[in-house]
Design a protein around this ligand. Structure first.
Ligand SMILES: [Zn+2]
Length: 303
């Protein structure tokens, strides 16, 4: 009797400790996410008519033109007001943003799109592969998430669905006055993950900027039969070769740490031209190479 009571007390202590651990880990995780989405980075000119208007973690890029501006990515829902503030701080008007583009339909890059669309009246362009997830405002609808999609089903990773004005295919060119952006569907991270390439005029030189969507393969995603979605393995293979084939000068990505933004910002002080640290073909190729090596490692294990 006494022994059973002691056992039960231990069970209570153990359960209490486990619950506390889960709560503390949850708080740490939430504060990390919050830092990522709600700390505005001081907006700055990257090169020519290309500006950074994103947060510390999730990026947003503004490409300005005489007939209106293009904004790539909307961050989290909470990032949208920071992006609008950053655009104003640079002396531009959110109402002059005529086009909204997106790298992929995940809540950390698409969450703010509806608010940005309402503030600007801009038209949103979404790849065919990501359009259904975007229209539903639910990460969990994308099989590229693998088992993680069930977290999405539980309500995590939902976001206010924006209005989709145009659906495009791989290779589409989107124009606004003299601005011209090319959509490269580099799928795998999502079914319609889109990397954007566009020329930037910086003084008397023309630079090609490439904003890489993401090459991250989620844990436990099957690359072999039955694939997470039919074609995910060949999608990743094509994404590596597509990105490698682009003559990128300026290396950008959907998360700031992917292209070492903070380090490059620090290097500007000693640079001849403040755009120079962002001209990073080696860093661009290195990023693709590391992502491919991880992909090959996972694939080899699964095979
Ligand atoms: Zn993502």
């Amino acid at each position: 009797m006494l022994r059973r009571l002691i056992k039960r007390r231990w069970l209570v202590v153990l359960l209490g400790a486990a619950t506390t651990l889960v709560v503390v880990l949850g708080m740490v995780w939430r504060s990390a996410i919050k830092r990522n989405r709600s700390v505005p980075d001081e907006p700055f000119r990257i090169a020519g008519n290309l500006y950074y208007v994103g947060a510390t973690g999730v990026t947003a890029f503004l490409l300005t033109g005489p007939e209106g501006h293009v904004l790539i990515d909307g961050g989290y829902l909470e990032t949208a007001p920071l992006i609008i503030g950053s655009i104003a701080k640079l002396g531009f008007d959110i109402a002059d943003v005529r086009m909204l583009l997106n790298t992929h339909a995940h809540s950390d890059h698409a969450g703010g799109l509806r608010a940005l669309q309402e503030a600007s009246g801009a038209e949103l362009w979404v790849s065919e592969g990501d359009a259904d997830v975007m229209a539903a405002g639910r990460n969990g609808d994308d099989p590229a998430l693998g088992p993680l999609r069930f977290i999405g089903v539980l309500g995590f990773g939902t976001f206010p669905a924006p209005r989709i004005d145009h659906r495009f295919k791989n290779g589409a060119t989107i124009r606004l006055g003299p601005l011209e952006l090319t959509a490269h569907v580099t799928a795998g991270h999502t079914r319609g993950c889109t990397s954007w390439s566009f020329p930037v005029r910086d003084g008397d030189r023309e630079l090609l900027a490439v904003d890489i969507c993401s090459l991250t393969l989620f844990p436990f995603v099957s690359l072999v039969e039955p694939e997470a979605y039919p074609g995910i393995r060949s999608d990743f293979e094509r994404s590596f070769s597509t990105l490698r084939s682009l003559p990128a000068d300026i290396f950008l990505a959907s998360h700031a740490d992917m292209f070492s933004m903070q380090r490059k910002l620090g290097e500007r002080a000693d640079a001849k031209n403040p755009a120079d640290p962002f001209i990073d073909r080696a860093g661009y190729l290195g990023f693709i190479g590391r992502a491919e090596a991880r992909f090959r490692e996972v694939l080899a294990k699964q095979q």
